[in-house]
Design a protein around this ligand. Sequence first.
Ligand SMILES: Nc1ncnc2c1ncn2[C@@H]1O[C@H](COP(=O)(O)OP(=O)(O)OP(=O)(O)O)[C@@H](O)[C@H]1O
Ligand SMILES: Cc1ncc(C[n+]2csc(CCOP(=O)(O)O)c2C)c(N)n1
Ligand SMILES: [Mg+2]
Length: 318
Amino acid sequence: MNASATNDPTIGDIGEFGLIDRLRERIGHNRHVLLGPGDDAAHVSTQDGTFLVSSDLLIEGRHFRRDWSSPRDIGRKAAACNLSDISAMGGVATALTVGFGAPADLPVSWALEMVRGFEDECAHVGAHIVGGDVTESDKIIIAVTAMGDAARPVRRSGALPGDYVAYSGQLGLAGAGFATLSRGFRSPKAAVEAHRVPSPPYAAGPQAAGVGATSMTDVSDGLLADLGHIADASGVAIDLDSHLIVVPEPVATVSEALGRNAMDFMLTGGDDYALVATFSSETTVPAGWTRIGQVADGSGVTVDGAPYEGASGHQHFR
Ligand SMILES: Nc1ncnc2c1ncn2[C@@H]1O[C@H](COP(=O)(O)OP(=O)(O)OP(=O)(O)O)[C@@H](O)[C@H]1O
Ligand SMILES: Cc1ncc(C[n+]2csc(CCOP(=O)(O)O)c2C)c(N)n1
Ligand SMILES: [Mg+2]
């Protein structure tokens, strides 16, 4: 921290999650807020039911680059990271609103292709765009709000000692793709494609909720970082068994080519939007899920019984 930090800290001083904590201190709630900020989506009641709602912001240069991804890819990714948050509550997304900021010289066709990407991705769950906003901006900004429905939302806070940890979907590929593109390469294609368009296992969310998952989240920042949110919210410790985490071939290829540790991509690479959940030891591992760890008394996330060296995942402002 710099000298001024003690008096008037900057966002850079306190970081993404420090800022969210400080903002949340100022946010009230009413009787309709069944679950407020802090989970993948909020849960709100209405006169005749309830809904889930979640927002994610994508900024050109921070989340995507126009020279790396097509407008259709970018639309699909912007939809995917929002639809994934609804799935991570055990829900099914029904509607999106899309705020779109763009420079005046952006071709109209770019925006239309982006919306095609949105509709393509939304087709996986049956959702559609129901509104939005447009504004002029120096860089492209895509601000999405997703709404959805869940019979029994699964929170981050329900993991219990004795539960096991399992994931569904892909890990490591998008991070490896980002590293590949950052070094000016275009292959392996599977990794680069995973950065451009993630493949969230949408149906696995309601499936896990249906068999009684005790907690769940999606992996947007990195497996260790996002499991850290489950550990914190649940007041438990989580230990992963690295031998149960199988490195996909493209991740191994990228690791070798770039002189990187493959497990780093698997444990700390974001952007794949896998789901990770905890289940009671009496629950059979659901089809499509892979068991990778254990919940115990304590706090924090360890790998093979020891803290993992380095950053646990992507953090803005750091
Ligand atoms: N500006 C804000 N005001 C109120 N709540 C916020 C704000 N920013 C984030 N939050 C809340 O903080 C929690 C964590 O946010 P975060 O963005 O990490 O969640 P996420 O969408 O699951 O992850 P990601 O953005 O990496 O996909 C969420 O419940 C979110 O609603
Ligand atoms: C051009 C470019 N640079 C970096 C990355 C990597 N990245 C950016 S944000 C994020 C976490 C999720 O975002 P958020 O927490 O904002 O939802 C990750 C893994 C990228 N995808 N594209
Ligand atoms: Mg999430």
